[in-house]
Ligand binder design. Structure first.
Ligand code: ACO
Length: 402
């Protein structure tokens, strides 16, 4: 076919597409979304099947290497990750420099970026062995870093990883456990968290993944590219929405408001009022991840005794929005973040850790996209053009005459 980009470049034309609403930045064989039909598939496998039957590590393997692993391949992969969960002792001290009330997202992105300083033997994007080593290091160390970011925020001692546990169990223990005290992992919580990580594992060219690709397109290393993705994820219009949803629900509860009152404010477009956890650039029907999460929210809150009032407010908001013309006309439906915060809170995570959990989930997707981009021999640096709207030309004025 015709390479439109090349054609336009030679003709001198430039397309303008704010927010890249209609512009594909790349070809990709990783994740398929049909926004109208509410379909999400990783490497062809429906998200519903993966959420029900697979594990986060298996899905990570699938996304990164393209196929589900055999039992031997999965064992090898798991074992490699297990052997890299420790952080360099000097890197552990890195956390001391942050104020205790620091949000864990900048702590996470800084520590991930710092991996480029501590693990310099795996930075070369053109060396497959180094790329593989940095892949394993990221998958293994990000949960440790995430747990330490939490421990730092509550002023508790760090725990070394216990490699007799699996990735999610280990993360739960490092987050909620204490040194020299036994920690019983609740298998239902571990299973639910593992499933939530699967749901977050990839979502094609979203804001953070596009950031990882753009940073990586300059041949910047994998650690530093992923750190860029974490920063993009933090924004409340993207991954930060899971924190923003809970803050919105808390506020409605504290102020004794009703779902109907809140929806009115949203429709009146009151400054700063949006129905967080609603709407999606691609899904114009429903977000298939949200349907799965809603079910899990009921199960987990039923078991752990979460805040029923907040769940009631969330359900009333959903009901009010889904039956209102404003939302119907704009095709606004709950997205994955609408119910996740309620689950995370019931599990014991503070609100500010929610987006960190999203980052843990999205990591294999970021890695898969970075690697797919580098495997493409036609890789070009990402360098969009612009439509210049400033002055044409004018003469410099001396300071005394301005
Ligand atoms: N609440 C109220 N109105 C909304 C919402 C919302 N959550 N989302 C979109 N709208 C309205 C817009 O105001 C706009 O209305 P208008 O036509 O009258 O101006 C219309 O719906 C279209 O919305 P856009 O902002 O153009 O849609 P876009 O695709 O650019 O934005 C986004 C998508 C950022 C997700 C948006 O829906 C939003 O801000 N949602 C809330 C934040 C959120 O939940 N983000 C998580 C996304 S999923 C994820 O990252 C995991």
């Amino acid at each position: 076919g015709i390479d439109l980009g090349k054609l336009l470049a030679t003709t001198g034309y430039t397309t303008l597409d704010p927010g890249f609403v209609n512009t594909a930045s790349t070809k990709s064989a990783i994740t398929y979304i049909d926004g109208e039909a509410g379909i999400l598939r990783y490497r062809g496998y429906p998200i519903e099947q993966l959420a029900q039957k697979s594990t986060f590590l298996e899905v990570s393997y699938l996304l990164i290497y393209g196929e589900l692993p055999s039992a031997t391949e999965l064992d090898k992969f798991t074992d490699k990750i297990r052997r890299h969960t420790l952080l360099h002792e000097d890197l552990k001290r890195f956390f001391d420099g942050f104020p205790r009330n620091a949000h864990p997202m900048p702590v996470l992105s800084s520590a991930i970026n710092a991996l480029s300083a501590y693990y310099q033997d795996s930075l070369d994007p053109d060396d497959p062995e180094q790329v593989e080593l940095s892949t394993i290091r990221l998958l293994a160390k990000l949960p440790t870093i995430a747990a330490y970011a939490y421990k730092k925020s509550v002023g508790q001692p760090f725990l070394y990883p216990d490699n007799s546990l699996n990735l999610v169990e280990n993360f739960l223990r490092m987050t909620f456990g204490f040194p020299a005290e036994p920690y019983e992992v609740d298998p239902e919580i571990a299973k639910a968290l593992d499933m939530l990580l699967i749901l977050h594992a990839d979502h094609e060219q979203n804001c953070s993944t596009s950031t990882v690709r753009l940073v990586g397109s300059s041949d910047a290393n994998l650690f530093t590219s992923v750190s860029g993705g974490i920063n993009a994820l933090w924004g409340p219009l993207h991954g930060g929405a899971n924190q923003a949803v809970l803050e919105m629900l808390d506020k409605i509860k504290e102020e004794g408001g009703t779902a109907g009152d809140f929806v009115k404010k949203v429709k009146n477009k009151e400054k700063g009022v949006k129905l967080m956890g609603f709407g999606h650039r691609v899904y114009r029907n429903y977000d298939p991840r949200a349907a799965i999460v809603k079910e899990t929210a009921h199960t987990i809150l039923g078991k752990l005794g979460g805040d029923d009032q907040l769940l009631d407010i969330a359900m009333a908001l959903e009901e009010a929005a889904l039956t209102d013309d404003y939302f119907i006309e704009r095709k606004l439906y709950p997205n994955v973040d609408f119910y996740t915060g309620l689950i995370y809170r019931a599990m014991g995570f503070p609100t500010r850790m929610f987006t960190v959990l999203f980052a843990m989930g999205r990591l294999p997707g970021w890695i898969a996209h970075w690697r797919e981009m580098h495997e493409d021999t036609t890789l070009k640096i990402g360098r969009p053009r612009q439509i210049y709207t400033g002055y044409t030309e004018r003469d410099y004025k001396e300071l005394t005459t301005r």
